[in-house]
Design a protein around this ligand. Structure first.
Ligand code: PAF
Length: 301
């Protein structure tokens, strides 16, 4: 695997890969887990060559957020990507991605201010800006993102449409730990106790899925079922539990025409997100089970 750190080298490498066939891009911020590797495998199955980027993008973190403490695991990440047969890893510096004096930002209005965009003002401006730059450098045929970041997917779909990018966005299912917890690089920041507390998120989604199975299609009972899972949850602070349109992220009153049920919560100092899609009146992607980490450990012991 080639590891490239400059925009010029990466543009040249991608130009030559594109001449040989289709090119897939998996943009990441590193600390790779099985969720990221599922994107890499899908990209490998669908393209002649795959490139991965690892860049902890400062512009998508507000002052006081966890940019400094975001997990960085470059050596382990390289070994994992080598094992997957990735052609090129792009690991640029901040100066490469944001040349001195850079003032241009990509603002996806409205959709970019909803869900995580409302809780983290400016977050999606940073995401859209860096992903647009990566698309320019790599010019991929397809780019792969995880469904866990459902609001990010809605923002990037809007950006691709509005800015006429030629890339096809491919969204891959959420990968979960055996406990049911959605995989996230930020899980590395959780203690064992916090990991157990974090199961409140997938329990909330399970509760919504059960309510759907009982024929409750309106948003309010689904939200109420989720909120119950957070009442009294120790050291877990709910940010949002919403039932929205998957593309616009605007609230919907009923899920019969499809919906995104999304949840975000702080577990200690760490903010986590999770979601499920409702299609044809039922949960298309609910976590199968959310078991206590302790019970899981006992089962595997
Ligand atoms: O999903 C992520 O890891 C990041 O938001 C992305 C898309 C790599 C942009 O920095």
């Amino acid at each position: 695997m080639k590891i490239l750190t400059t925009v010029g080298e990466m543009q040249a490498a991608c130009r030559s890969l594109r001449r040989a066939g289709t090119l897939g891009l998996v943009p990441t911020m590193g600390a790779l887990h099985d969720g990221h590797l599922s994107l890499v495998r899908r990209a490998k199955a669908e393209n002649d060559a795959v490139v991965v980027s690892i860049f902890v993008n400062p512009t998508q973190f507000a002052p006081g957020e966890d940019f400094e403490t975001y997990p960085r695991r470059m050596a382990e990440d390289c070994a994992k990507l080598e094992a997957e047969g990735v052609a090129v890893l792009f690991a640029p510096s901040v100066e490469q991605m944001y040349p001195q004096g850079a003032t241009t930002l990509v603002e996806v209005a409205e959709v970019g201010d909803r869900l995580d965009g409302a809780s983290r003002p400016g977050h999606f401006r940073g995401v859209a800006t860096v992903v647009a730059k990566l698309f320019h450098v790599v010019d991929p045929d397809r780019a792969y993102f995880g469904q866990k970041d459902a609001a990010q997917v809605a923002v990037l779909r809007t950006m691709v449409r509005d800015l006429l990018f030629r890339v096809e966005l491919v969204v891959c299912p959420i990968v979960r730990e055996p406990s049911g917890l959605a995989m996230s690089s930020r899980n590395l920041k959780l203690s064992a106790t916090e990991k157990q507390r974090a199961l409140a998120l997938c329990r909330a989604l399970r509760a919504a899925a059960r309510a759907l199975e009982c024929g409750k299609t309106r948003a309010e009972p689904l939200r109420a079922a989720m909120l119950r899972q957070f009442s009294g949850a120790e050291d877990v602070r709910l940010d949002y539990a919403e039932v929205v349109h998957p593309a616009t992220l605007l609230p919907v009153a009923d899920t019969r025409d499809g919906a995104l049920i999304a949840v975000a919560a702080w577990v200690g100092q760490t903010r986590l997100i999770d979601n499920l899609l409702v299609e044809n009146g039922s949960a298309a992607s609910a976590p199968a089970a959310c078991q206590d980490a302790e019970k899981m450990e006992a089962m595997h012991a």
